[in-house]
Ligand binder design. Sequence first.
Ligand code: DQA
Length: 152
Amino acid sequence: MSPTMTKTVMVLNGPNLNMLGIREPEIYGKQTLDDVGILVAARAKTHDLTADFRQSNHEGELVTWIQQGLGTVDGFVINAGALTHTSVALLDAFKSVNLPMIEVHLSNVYQREDFRHKSYLSLIANGVICGFGINSYLLAVDAMAKILSPEI
Ligand code: DQA
């Protein structure tokens, strides 16, 4: 039997997600982004996946990381924060690398302001998970594991 290579999922977080725990806790909860990263890494490990967990407040840095994922990662999970609703650049970056991508949100964006109902990333996302708080990320890791190993 050939040895299996551990697959890598890049888990990206956009603007203001570094403020988790402080920012509007009634919407986003009290746990910090570091807490999320620890839980995501543990969940990824249960699927024999490695999570490369990152956050940036800068659209261009996120674009660069997505581009660098080509040939180095197997898929993406992204909470793009407000850039979800505005960024053609992130959409085009994901189109360029053409790897599986799951969009996540902590809050149920469809229960919120109209401007949060539009997502550029949804146009090409394999799926969207929103409204489950931190568990949205963990469900996305589970879904990505299934995408990357559909036979299991
Ligand atoms: C968010 C929802 C976005 O509308 C908002 O701009 C965020 C967080 C979420 O996780 O619920 O920054 O992506």
